[in-house]
Design a protein. Structure first.
Lengths: 114, 115
């Protein structure tokens, strides 16, 4: 009955590596998001896709590239990982692209770059 | 600058007591305000969403208020339980053209409920 799932839950890797995080939602939503939560627990939106179309792309380094193969999936690929990329990454989904709909968050992926 | 500030930063209360968390924002134009609860090690869960015309909304023991004139919101928790221990995050959505969701997150209030 998982609504929004992410894999992996934990990711420990060396600086300079390339890694991917996957997200899937089974809620039938048409909009998905990626958020980054830093060590101070501050959540910041990175990307948003509506029906596989990129609608929000905040100031994020080019090393981060989202990919949405279909409405139910939004993956995040990170190239040349840096120490500052260490954070918890949350995927979320909602129905509709307006700001008034409830977003459902996944459990998070804890990324540690050594 | 669009900002959301929450107070207090952290709070410890005894089980059964009530508490109120505050949120002040400068986001404009305003679309809606949400309160989320985030348990340790988990993703945020939505508690309430309020639009400009709503000044109070309840979800069980949680009651949120909104004063759009003073740009303030509060989250009142009644008869607290140990399971209320979590981070409570205030999020304000910006309206306007351009589509998409323009959400500004507060840094949260860390609540601990003790026996």
């Amino acid at each position: 009955d998982t609504a929004v799932s992410q894999t992996p839950k934990y990711l420990v890797t060396q600086m300079g590596n390339d890694k991917s995080i996957k997200c899937e939602q089974n809620l039938g939503h048409d909009t998905m998001y990626w958020y980054k939560q830093d060590s101070k627990k501050f959540l910041k939106i990175m990307f948003s896709y509506n029906n596989k179309e990129l609608i929000i792309n905040e100031t994020v380094p080019n090393r981060f590239s989202p990919k949405s193969p279909d409405k139910a999936h939004l993956n995040l690929h990170i190239n040349s990982l840096e120490l500052g990329d260490s954070a918890v990454y949350f995927c979320a989904s909602s129905q509709g692209r307006s700001g008034s709909t409830t977003q459902y968050f996944g459990p998070g992926t804890r990324l540690l770059v050594l | 600058k669009n900002q959301v500030e929450q107070s207090p930063q952290s709070l410890i209360i005894l089980e059964g007591k009530n508490c109120t968390l505050q949120c002040n924002y400068t986001v404009s134009p305003f679309s809606n305000l949400r309160w989320y609860k985030q348990d340790t090690g988990r993703g945020p869960v939505s508690l309430t969403i309020m639009t400009f015309s709503e000044n109070t909304k309840s979800n069980g023991r949680y009651t949120a208020t909104l004063d759009a004139d003073t740009k303030q919101s509060s989250l009142h928790i009644t008869a607290s339980q140990l399971s209320d221990s979590a981070s409570y995050i205030c999020v304000v959505s910006r309206g306007g053209t351009g589509g998409g969701n323009k959400l500004t997150f507060g840094t949260g209030t860390q609540l601990k409920v003790e026996l």
